[in-house]
Design a protein around this ligand. Sequence first.
Ligand SMILES: C[S@@+](CC[C@H](N)C(=O)[O-])C[C@H]1O[C@@H](n2cnc3c(N)ncnc32)[C@H](O)[C@@H]1O
Length: 226
Amino acid sequence: MRDNKTSQPAQEYDAKVEKTLPLYRLFHEHTLDLIKVAKPTPAVWLDTGCGSGNLVGKAVKDFAKTHFILADPSEAMLSVAREKFENDKDVDLEFIQSGTERLDCAKESIDVITAIMSHHYFDIEMRKKATENCYRMLKEGGVYVTFESIRPQSEKGLQIGLERWAQAQLRQGKTLQEVEKHISRYGVEFFPISIDSHLQLLKDLGFSTVEVFWASVMQAGVYAIK
Ligand SMILES: C[S@@+](CC[C@H](N)C(=O)[O-])C[C@H]1O[C@@H](n2cnc3c(N)ncnc32)[C@H](O)[C@@H]1O
C-alpha cells in the first residue's frame, strides 16, 4: 500500500522527486524569494502538504523568528519531515497530520500559507473547499502561495506539454516505463487546472492581489494576498 499520494514512498521522496519534477528546487527558491519581499517578517507560516519538509528546511535559515506549522495527511511524510529537524532545537515547529481541506487552525491566525505541489489531487469542489479554508486561516494581508502542475489551454498544448515533461523525466534518468506510469496519472490521480482557472478561483474567494509569479512547461507558481 502507498504511504502517500506521490509516485514514491515517503522514505524515497527526497532522492527521487527531481526525477519527476526536474525543476522542483526552483519551486522552493522562488517561493522563499517571493515571501522575503511580500511578507518579510511572518509570525506564523503554514506549509500545507509539507511532504518531507524540504521547503521549511530551507525557510528556517532566513525566517528564524517564525513559527512554522507543517501539515500533511501522510504520517509517513510527516515522520520524514520530523527526522529532518531532529537536531534543530531552536526552530519553532509544529506538525499536524491533516489535509488542507480539514485543517482547523484558527480563523485569521496565519501570515503565510504555502501549498507546494499538494493541491492538484483535489477535484474542483474539494480544491475550492481547501483553498477557501486557506483564505479563512489567513490574516488580513496574509499571503497564499501555491505551485502546481497545470493544464494547458488546448488539447494540442496538453499533448506537447506532456511529451516535453516525459522527455525531461527521461533526461533525469527515469526508464520509459516509469515515465509512462507517471504521465498516465495526469487527469486520473491528479487533476491539474489551467493557470486562468487558478487565478479565477482565488479572485472568486476574495483575494485582492492574485498573480502568477513563475511558470514553466507544466508547472506554475501563483500567489494571492488576502
Ligand atoms: C509532491 S508532494 C509535495 C511535498 C512538498 N510540498 C514539497 O514541496 O516537497 C505532495 C504532498 O501532498 C500531500 N497531500 C496529499 N493530499 C493532500 C491534501 N488533501 N492536503 C494537503 N496535502 C496533501 C501528500 O501527502 C504529499 O506529501
